[in-house]
Write a protein that binds this ligand. Structure first.
Ligand SMILES: Cc1cc2nc3c(=O)[nH]c(=O)nc-3n(C[C@H](O)[C@H](O)[C@H](O)COP(=O)(O)OP(=O)(O)OC[C@H]3O[C@@H](n4cnc5c(N)ncnc54)[C@H](O)[C@@H]3O)c2cc1C
Length: 601
């Protein structure tokens, strides 16, 4: 049965937030407390959003356990980003960090404590004191369940503030009027299969990452890049999508994450000779160098035949020297994951790990108020009525490589900042803008194509092929030839996505329909990634292309990074599958610019 316009009901809100992870719920809390009528949509119950899986911690230069300052944090983040992060946004985030962490503490977040009652902080990759001299303890942690504690704290605060939740609702498309303003979204209620328009003065996207474009991923199954798909279909460019973080320590074969907090607590990586090889590559930070760097070194050890196991295809992470007491107190989930996913007791023996896809540095371009921007003649202009925060957005504080614990921080800082900006610009009493006549056309066309295409392919088959292509053609080590092939294969896949069919078109909880719609979003994220990657002819952060590798002494491109030509953000446009670029913002708000230099640790 096809979907028709007259079946679609409408509801009105001040603000509609798509996504109930840490970023969406930090923003909604700000708005609900200010008395705005705010609706939060989520594909799953809010506390099942991927933020719940975050383990290691949230960064803030509290200096509870070793001397620290926001300036050190700012420097580390700029260097970690391999000079692709915007320095004004990075300064803003690092300065706000202590405030948003204390806010969370006051909401009741159950952080671990030091004997003097202050928040416990552990070391994390790339976080240093004295501008790179030594590791610092900056990651505020609740055991290895920091995201769990954070998400539950935020949910409870939202319930108290009377936020309206639409649970198991999937947003489908943005609605923009003739002037280009965003005036609402279309959404599917999963239980009934009915479609609604949710009309709003402001829409905020907080849909999380798209890690499911890869085969081996630490991400939840719901991380299908829906916000990216919605933005791309609505004519908004996606920024810096070539930069994907491989986390060094996914459980080999299973993909489940073992937090960097393990190495923060003192775990080390060993090759098949039992050598702590990171001492060779990063003499100062060793196992706590940033993730792009550690993943690359692990890959190199494996390539050179020093991987562990019968196929020499993984690395060992050793924790037993920390002692069973520390492991059970500080890393209880790591112990459980070891037993359940690797059949390894980490208090006694090393655990096999490999770099695994974890985080997207790119996303929907925004300014530091969370406003989505489009770029005209190199200048960013806000899209009226549209905001984005969290992993789906690109502000850009993480540049070409994110430091661990800076994402939970990003959710809190920019979730709150977006909330504040929306409140400041909300004129009470002004009506919600009218929906344009074609408000539901795109959504109806997508749904009805699926209803009528009963002979097409299964969504899962197409998605699996996409994941295999992305894994092979946009991995830790890239080459121009392999990426160029990937571009062709992903372009061919578009036709198959357009040919996905539904064998069963029943309405109640039809998960096949939802998966098919998700694959359309994955497609946008995958194509943005491979096109942006193949075009960037240098090495920077997580984008390591063997053809452009140089050593640190190269006069113009140390370590393969080519600042003269490539210190710029990529913008991918879905409509014509084209790329444009915009400059990196090098000027911080008040601090001095951190000038580019070769990245050694
Ligand atoms: C295993 C793991 C461990 C991590 N550990 C850390 C850590 O220790 N420290 C750190 O800083 N970072 C960590 N990260 C990264 C960090 O957790 C994520 O980047 C962050 O939590 C993302 O939050 P978010 O609010 O953007 O989105 P998410 O928490 O992913 O939430 C997305 C929300 O959007 C909803 N949604 C999506 N699409 C739709 C749609 N179409 N309609 C309606 N709703 C939709 C979902 O239902 C969900 O509610 C980790 C990530 C992983 C995967």
């Amino acid at each position: 049965m096809s979907y028709t316009k007259d079946q679609i009901s409408n509801r009105k809100f001040d603000v509609v937030i798509v996504g109930a992870g840490g970023s969406g719920m930090r923003a909604s809390l700000q708005l609900a407390r200010a008395g705005l009528n705010v609706a939060v949509l989520s594909k799953v119950f809010p506390t099942r959003s991927h933020t719940v899986a975050a383990q290691g911690g949230v960064s803030a230069s509290l200096g509870n356990m070793s001397e620290d300052s926001w300036e050190y944090h700012f420097y580390d983040t700029v260097k970690g980003s391999d000079w692709l992060g915007d320095q004004d946004a990075i300064e803003f985030m690092c300065r706000e960090a202590p405030k948003v962490v204390y806010d969370l503490e006051h909401m009741g977040m159950p952080f671990d404590r030091n004997p003097d009652g202050t928040i416990y902080q552990r070391p994390f990759g790339g976080h240093t004191a004295n501008f790179g001299e030594k590791p610092v303890q900056r990651a505020c942690a609740a055991a290895d369940r920091t995201g769990h504690a954070m998400l539950h704290t935020l949910y409870q605060a939202n319930v108290a503030a009377r936020t309206t939740f639409f649970v198991e609702w999937m947003a489908l498309d943005l609605i923009r009027n003739e002037a280009g303003d965003c005036v609402g979204v279309t959404a599917l209620e999963m239980e009934t299969g009915e479609v609604y328009t949710l009309q709003a003065k402001t829409v905020l996207l907080a849909t999380g990452g798209a890690g499911r474009i890869y085969q081996s991923s630490t991400n939840a199954f719901i991380n299908t890049g829906d916000g990216l798909g919605m933005a791309a279909r609505a004519g908004i460019a996606l920024q810096d999508m070539e930069f994907w973080q491989f986390h060094p320590t996914g459980v080999a074969g299973a993909g489940v994450l073992l937090t960097e907090g393990c190495r923060g607590e003192g775990a080390i990586l060993l090759n098949s000779n039992g050598e702590r090889f990171m001492e060779r590559y990063a003499p100062t930070l060793k196992d706590l160098a940033p993730r792009d760097f550690v993943s690359r070194c692990m890959g190199q050890e494996i390539l050179e035949g020093r991987g562990c196991g019968p196929n020499k295809d993984y690395i060992h992470m050793k924790l037993d020297h920390l002692g069973a007491d520390t492991i059970h107190k500080r890393l209880p989930s790591v112990y459980e994951i070891g037993v359940n996913f690797a059949n390894v007791d980490v208090t006694r023996e090393p655990i096999p790990v490999v770099p695994t896809i974890h985080y997207q540095m790119g996303g929907i371009p925004t300014n530091i108020n969370g406003q989505v921007v489009h770029t005209v003649n190199g200048e960013d202009r806000p899209v009226n009525g549209l905001y984005a925060v969290g992993e789906c957005s690109c502000v850009s504080v993480h540049g070409a490589n994110r430091l661990g614990t800076n994402s939970l921080l990003d959710l809190l800082v920019f979730g709150k900042a977006a909330g504040d900006h929306i409140i400041a610009n909300n004129k009470p009493g002004t009506p919600v803008q009218d929906l344009p006549a074609n408000a539901t056309d795109l959504t109806l066309a997508r749904l009805n194509r699926l209803e009528s295409a009963q002979s097409g392919e299964y969504a899962q088959d197409v998605a699996n092929d996409m994941r295999a292509i992305m894994q092979a053609h946009a991995g830790v080590f890239r080459s121009q030839e392999v990426m160029d092939e990937g571009v062709k294969k992903i372009a061919e896949l578009r036709a198959r996505v357009a040919n996905i069919g539904l064998k069963d078109t029943s309405k109640v909880f039809n998960t096949a329909r939802i998966e098919a719609l998700e694959v359309e979003n994955l497609m946008e994220a995958a194509q943005a990634t491979i096109e942006s990657a193949a075009a960037r002819q240098e090495c920077r952060g997580a984008h390591l292309v063997r053809d452009y590798e140089h050593d640190v002494t190269h006069p113009t491109c140390p370590l393969g990074r080519n600042d003269a030509e490539w210190m710029k953000h990529t913008l991918w446009h879905s409509a014509d599958n084209s790329l444009t670029y915009k400059p990196v913002r090098m000027k911080p708000l008040t601090a001095e610019t951190v000038p580019p230099k070769p990245r050694t640790f």
